[in-house]
Design a protein around this ligand. Structure first.
Ligand code: HEC
Ligand code: HEC
Length: 174
């Protein structure tokens, strides 16, 4: 069987899902799972109205650029802002993105698991997130107090300060 474009993309998807992307092997553990909390006033105010303000280091630049361009249809909500605010927030998020020069090792792992040309809109759909959470049973995500993978603070008690250490995890029982 020759290497067609189709089976190449299947191969890449499999590698990404298993935590291996173009030579990246994440392994166990790693540096402290900290992502600097949002330190930009407008981002903290506007992007925490409906959920926690996700640290910029959780997604690569191209994800944030696309998200900020499509705020009028943000996961079914209208989250649009003034052009000035949009520009300032976009600048903050991209300056601190997972593939920016400021990114820490954990962020670089997120970025390394995103295929070139991909701009995922969900942290919870990135390969590194799936890799970190592959032992969480499917039913757990559906518990009423969790409801969504995007609800980091339901389990990571210090997520709002950017800390996701194992000892701080408390999974709601219902
Ligand atoms: C009007 C409400 C609202 C505002 C304001 C808002 N969001 Fe959201 N956001 C949502 C909803 C709803 C979801 C989907 C949540 C879910 O699936 O549980 C979401 C999801 C996300 C996700 C994906 C989380 C994941 O991993 O699945 C990111 C990233 C995000 N928002 C970033 C932002 C940013 C950046 C801003 C500020 C510019 C912002 N949001 C402002 C409503 C909002
Ligand atoms: C159902 C509860 C739950 C939710 C919701 C959740 N996580 Fe986790 N998370 C876990 C568990 C369990 C682990 C695995 C802990 C372990 O075995 O080290 C984990 C591990 C992690 C780790 C690695 C910790 C380490 O010690 O290496 C990071 C980073 C992380 N999660 C980020 C997130 C982010 C970001 C979100 C939201 C977009 C999120 N998680 C949502 C339960 C959750």
């Amino acid at each position: 069987m020759g290497l067609t474009r189709k089976n190449l993309s299947v191969l890449f998807a499999t590698l990404a899902a298993s935590g291996v992307w173009l030579g990246t092997s994440w392994g166990d553990g790693g540096p402290t799972p900290t992502f600097p909390a949002v330190s930009h006033k407008a981002t903290a105010a506007e992007c925490a109205a409906c959920h926690m303000a996700y640290p910029a280091g959780l997604l690569p630049t191209r994800s944030w650029t696309r998200m900020m361009r499509e705020l009028d249809n943000h996961f079914g909500e209208d989250a649009s802002l003034s052009p000035e605010e949009t520009l300032a927030i976009t600048r903050y998020l991209t300056d601190n993105a997972a593939d920016s020069p400021r990114a820490n090792e954990r962020s670089r792992r997120i970025a390394s698991g995103v295929a070139p040309g991909d701009s995922p809109q969900r942290i919870s759909e990135t390969a590194y997130f799936r890799y970190l959470h592959d032992e969480v049973p499917a039913g757990v995500w559906k518990r009423a107090k969790i409801a969504s993978r995007a609800n980091c603070i339901a389990c990571h008690t210090r997520a709002e300060s950017g800390s996701f250490a194992e000892r701080e995890i408390k999974i709601p029982k219902e």
